[in-house]
Design a protein around this ligand. Structure first.
Ligand code: G3I
Length: 383
């Protein structure tokens, strides 16, 4: 039974679901909420997610952007207080980095790496190769040898620039897409069209050469649930990982994006079995983009927050104790800045509430769920 606690009380998942169904919320889960992430006095110092994660040998962090941190000091303080790792949400994608074939614009990524260094945060790079957020001029590149040269030079320049500063890199992102009809389940992307599956090996070898210290990650999405489509994606993904490792391709970890939904309760049993197989390959694991979409949940914030927190609790109860897990990244920290405001908007127009902090950067039940899960692992690490 997963449980959710505030800094002072325990609220079981059953009580969260009762709240989600319109019941009352246990006093404990309310007691620690609402406070700012940044302590206003010793009496209000609450355990920060970064410290709870570190106590259990993991990291906790979030994706964010330069624009948010630069323009919003309250948010920047909340981020620096609670996170032990930063992922540039968009600043390391081709569209941001490559305004022209012979140009790089590192200004956004440099600013974020410098912010992280000032605040003592780890940094994850996201992402070197993806079918989305491409530079528009790339469509003019058609020949395989041009694409290979371009991809190799891009990775050498970008990974080389931050060599020694990155905890890990999402080298390739979302390469599986069975809907494209290929026998190997690979996505029919810009890179695949020009280099077939060799682009994946090229990317990992190039990244390893440019920064031998970085953990190299294959990042994937929509593999979390127990449905047939996710099962098919997991099967293709496992086969791809086995092929790459058999060829000596330097893949060090699997990134599990973990974009979950609040209206589907799951113990994530099928994913757990799959991750057992992945760990048996010797790969590390990172939860890379955790959030819980609330578009099918009741509009009432307290009930919605309880249902979202229950999903965080269930998912992390399965994921956090895993021996090969490096850490957890939420895709955003506060509901004030989430991609789901645009890409996962609710039909009723109510502001979405997918993240650990609300629009006012106050802790939510989701924060308690994450905090409790991290505390549980930390307690086991100490015994
Ligand atoms: O920066 C421009 C701005 O100048 C312009 O005025 C504005 C309107 O067109 O667009 C801005 O760029 C947007 C960018 O986010 C920065 O806000 C892009 O249009 C928009 O498509 C982009 O969306 C990002 C999306 O990836 C596509 O790159 C989301 O913020 C980001 O959260 C999302 O993250 C992805 C991960 O990288 C991979 N996994 C899935 C995840 C969610 O889609």
């Amino acid at each position: 039974m997963s449980a959710v606690a505030s800094t002072t009380g325990i609220c079981t998942r059953r009580e969260l679901l009762q709240l989600a169904a319109g019941g009352g919320l246990c006093a404990g889960a309310l007691a620690g909420l609402g406070g700012p992430a940044v302590a206003t006095s010793a009496a209000t110092v609450a355990p920060r997610l970064r410290d709870l994660a570190a106590a259990g040998g993991r990291f906790y962090g979030a994706a964010t952007g330069r624009r948010q941190l630069e323009a919003d000091p309250d948010f920047a303080r909340c981020f620096a207080a609670e996170c032990g790792l930063l992922v540039p949400e968009n600043e390391l994608k081709w569209r941001a980095l490559r305004p022209a074939p012979d140009q790089f614009d590192f200004s956004g990524a440099d600013w974020l790496v410098a912010f992280a260094r000032r605040q003592g945060l780890l940094v994850r790079g996201h992402t070197l190769v993806w079918h989305d957020a491409l530079a528009p001029w790339l469509q003019t590149v058609r020949r395989a040898r041009d694409a290979e040269q371009l991809l190799g030079a891009h990775i050498a320049a970008v990974v080389g620039r931050y060599a020694g500063q990155m905890h890990s890199w999402d080298v390739v992102n979302e390469v599986i897409n069975p809907e494209d009809g290929r026998a190997d389940g690979l996505r029919a992307s810009f890179w695949h069209a020009r280099l077939d599956s060799a682009y994946i090996e090229l990317a990992f070898h190039q990244a390893a050469a440019a920064d031998p210290a970085a953990r190299l990650v294959l990042n994937e999405t929509q593999i979390e649930y127990d449905d047939d489509a996710s099962a098919r994606r997991r099967d293709h993904l496992l086969a791809l990982l086995q092929r790459l490792l058999a060829k000596g391709v330097p893949v060090h970890a699997l990134g599990v994006q973990s974009h979950l939904v609040g209206h589907v309760a799951s113990d994530f049993h099928a994913l757990a079995d799959f991750l057992d197989e992945v760990e048996r390959l010797g790969l590390r694991l990172i939860v890379t983009e955790l959030d819980v979409r609330d578009w099918e949940l009741p509009a009432e914030p307290a009930a919605r927050d309880a249902a979202v927190a229950a999903v965080y609790a269930d998912y992390l109860a399965m994921m956090l104790p895993r021996p090969n897990l490096d850490g957890v990244v939420t895709w955003g920290l506060s509901d004030r800045y989430t991609w789901l405001s645009e890409y996962g908007a609710r039909a009723d127009g109510a502001p979405v509430r997918p993240l650990p902090f609300d629009h006012a950067c106050q802790r939510k039940l989701a924060w308690s769920a994450i905090s409790t899960a991290l505390q549980t692992v930390a307690n086991k690490t100490r015994t």
